[in-house]
Structures are given as C-alpha cells and as structure tokens.
Design a protein around this ligand. Sequence first.
Ligand code: C2E
Ligand code: MG
Ligand code: MG
Ligand code: MG
Length: 282
Amino acid sequence: PDGLARLLEKWLPPAPKVPRPTKKIYGVDEVRAAIANGELINFYQPKVALATGRVVGVETLVRWRHPADGLVFPDQFIGVAEEHGLIGDLTRAVLYAALAQAKDWQEAGLELRVAVNVSMDNLTSLEFSGLVTGLVAAAGVAPQKIVLEVTESRLMGDLRTPLEILTRLRLKRFGLSIDDFGTGHSSLVQLRDIPFNQLKIDQSFVHGAHANETIRAIYLASIGLAKQLGMEVVGEGVEDLADWDFLRQTGCDLAQGYFIARPMPAADLPSWMAEWKAPGAG
Ligand code: C2E
Ligand code: MG
Ligand code: MG
Ligand code: MG
C-alpha cells in the first residue's frame, strides 16, 4: 500500500471476529421485581494509589443474582431501569447497601473511600441531594468517605438541575467523580460547569496507552487537564503490568482494573487486601 493507505490502515474496521452471543436485556417488570425483592447485590472493585501501592477505596458495582440465570451484569438492566423510571429505587438500594458496608469496614479499621455510580437520571430533582445526605447521616458515615461517580454518556441539554444537586453534595464534602472521561458528549462542558474533584479516564484510553500513539496522546492530555484543574486522576481498565507501570510513570494518582482485582463480594475484600502486594513494592 502507498504511504497514505498505510497511515490510514489503523482506522479500518477490524476483520469480523467470531460473532459474540448477544446479551439478554431484561424486561422492566423483571427488573422492578428484582429491585423490590432484594436480588441486587453490590460487588466492590479496589482503587489503588500508584505512588504507595495502597488500597485507598473501592467502587461499588451492582450485580443481579438472578434466581434462574445466575449473576447478571449491569449492562443488562441499568438501561432498562433508567428508561422506565426505576433508577431512583435502584440507586437508593445500591447506596443504602454500600453505606452499611462502608460502616462495617470503618468499624473493622479499614480506611476505604466507597464510590457509588449515580445515573444522570438520578439528577433530575433536587430531592436527590437531600436523600443522599440523609442516608449517609443515618448510616453514620462521613460524606468525605463517599464518592459519587457520574457518567455523562446520556446527558444532553439543560445542566442546571444536575449542577445544583452536585454542587450541594460537594458543599457537604462528598467526593464527585466524572466517570468514563473522554467518551461522553460533553465532558469538557461538565468539567467547566460541575465541581468534580476526581476524573476517571475511560478504560479505552488507559489499557494499551503506552503502546499506541493516539491513545497515549488522549490519555496524557486527560491527565494534564485533570492536574491543571487540581483533580485526582483515576485510570480504569488497568489490565496488565505495562498499563500499571505506564500510569505510575505518568503521574496518575489511582489505578483500577483486572490487573489489580476484579470486582468482588464485600466478604472477599479483607482477605484480598491482606494478600495484595503492589508490583515493585517489596
Ligand atoms: P463503570 O462505572 O465505568 O465501571 C467500570 C466497569 O469496568 C465495571 O463493569 C468493571 O467491572 C469494569 N472493569 C473494571 N476493570 C476492568 C478492566 O481491567 N478491564 C475491563 N475490560 N473492564 C474492567 P461493570 O461492573 O459491568 O459495570 C458496567 C457499568 O455499569 C459501570 O461502568 C457503570 O456505568 C454501570 N453501573 C454499575 N453499577 C451501577 C450502579 O449501581 N448504578 C448505576 N447507575 N450504574 C452502574
Ligand atoms: Mg463508575
Ligand atoms: Mg468508568
Ligand atoms: Mg463505564
């Protein structure tokens, strides 16, 4: 191929792979019942400080223990919950359980910040800030220990209500994290308008960034932007030692990914933490 063709080769769609089994998306009635029947359970994935190797927090990731189908992942029911007005109940259930867990860890002497994913559809009414503040107070957990991760992927239009809710929560000292940074319609507008204090670089700009010029450029620009704004940076999707080393060398604050640990039930976390040794640390 000529020079230009060779240059553009990487943009061509990849050759078709073996077709993936299509995932079942659950119906609204089933999802509603799952929430009501307490079939949703929280898994937790560690976030590790790259400078020290210490586990400083976890992200709460919801799973559905389906009586017939086994463990069901959020991409098979979160969208349904969002579209059918169930996300308020879902988030409340996840947050409630995460707070109880945070309290348990606190009492066991584990110093962990606990992150919970919040949907933009949760941010449509100002009551949400009161709900969150109330649940956290009732659980006896300090707001500083709780991080709310917000993905902007479905957000368009008027930001005023989300902005007011998130600002109120930030004033109460909750952590605010912009999730999947780089993949949304309006990441930069959100950085300008919403008082986030943590930025999570999307896994598509983390895994393999060291080996790909384009991905690396976007990754480095994102780190630079976050640092300029005084934000803490998390790299998600750290899948191998090369990813880990690259993030450490480029001044990323926290790492999260399968290389460190998969999301796990709360009961498994203490023993995992006891075994965890960061690469390069003794
Ligand atoms: P997210 O918040 O960006 O969470 C990270 C996702 O990446 C999780 O998928 C996690 O298991 C996965 N992951 C972690 N490390 C790696 C890695 O090294 N490689 C790869 N390939 N993936 C990794 P999961 O648990 O399936 O969740 C998917 C998404 O569902 C989450 O993305 C979040 O947007 C949403 N979600 C999960 N739990 C909740 C929840 O309680 N409420 C809401 N509203 N959304 C949730
Ligand atoms: Mg998240
Ligand atoms: Mg993410
Ligand atoms: Mg995501």
